[in-house]
Design a protein around this ligand. Structure first.
Ligand code: ZN
Length: 253
């Protein structure tokens, strides 16, 4: 790390929980952000500012006027642009060293197969159960941890999944039947800064997974209730006959 990088990341390096080794690990990390909307915006901004070396951005959508109430990566200038292009421009303004891979596509089993195997963490910032099923399978197969977030109205939640950790369920343990529809903020509305809260918590969990500070959150669900002003953490159960993660039991899980 050169002098300029030491200065840039000094507030991390000063922390004994991160230190130089942790910052080097952040710089060597490849994080895949799926969804560059309300949650993906703070996630990508904080990861870029934190010095993550490589970000792959996946989102098929274009920036619309109704996005600007909460999707702080994008601006009026980016209306009509693809979200990954708009996000990449903004993130490069923040950090020119950041390596960005743009994937303006839906995340599904075919497109996820194009990802390189050297992925450190995946962040789910979509509001789509089908995408989560595909992410769950991809992450189980490659033993890549992932952090899933969701928010609607006045409440949000996040979960951390660590394939290979016996205390961590997979997404299908929690939802054995794929939900037909996901709750979507286009129907329910969502409080703008709530996305900042949940997205920042997701970015925090990504950095925890990369550097190992504090208590691992795999197998926990954190729920933020804005109406009550409280954060609750609950333990998630593992299914013993899960059709997704049991399948990999034969291969050593
Ligand atoms: Zn499972």
């Amino acid at each position: 790390m050169n002098d300029s990088e030491l200065e840039r990341y000094s507030r991390h390096i000063l922390m004994p929980q991160i230190d130089l080794d942790g910052q080097l690990a952040i710089g060597a990390a490849h994080v895949v952000v799926v969804g560059l909307g309300g949650l993906g915006s703070p996630v990508a901004l904080y990861l870029a500012a934190s010095g993550v070396g490589k970000l792959t951005l996946i989102d098929p959508d274009r920036v619309e006027l109704s996005n600007l109430q909460r999707q702080v990566l994008h601006s009026e200038k980016s209306l009509g642009q693809s979200k990954v292009r708009s996000a990449a421009d903004r993130l490069h303004q923040m950090n020119t060293k950041l390596h960005i891979v743009e994937m303006p596509v839906v995340a599904n089993s075919e497109t996820l197969a194009e990802l390189s195997d050297e992925v450190t963490v995946v962040v789910d910032c979509t509001d789509n159960a089908a995408v989560r099923y595909d992410l769950n399978r991809w992450c189980l197969q490659r033993k890549v941890p992932w952090v899933s977030g969701a928010a609607a109205g006045l409440s949000g939640q996040l979960m951390v999944f660590s394939p290979g950790n016996p205390e961590s369920p997979c997404y299908a343990c929690l939802y054995p039947q794929q939900p037909e529809v996901s709750e979507n903020c286009s129907e329910t509305g969502v409080l703008s800064p709530l996305l900042g809260i949940i997205g920042s918590l997701q970015a925090t969990e990504v950095l925890r997974l990369i550097t190992g500070f504090g208590k691992p959150q795999a197998g926990n669900m954190q729920i933020w209730d804005v109406a009550e002003g409280c954060l609750q953490t609950i333990r998630l159960p593992c299914l013993t006959d899960c059709h997704e993660c049991n399948r990999t039991a034969d291969t050593g899980r």
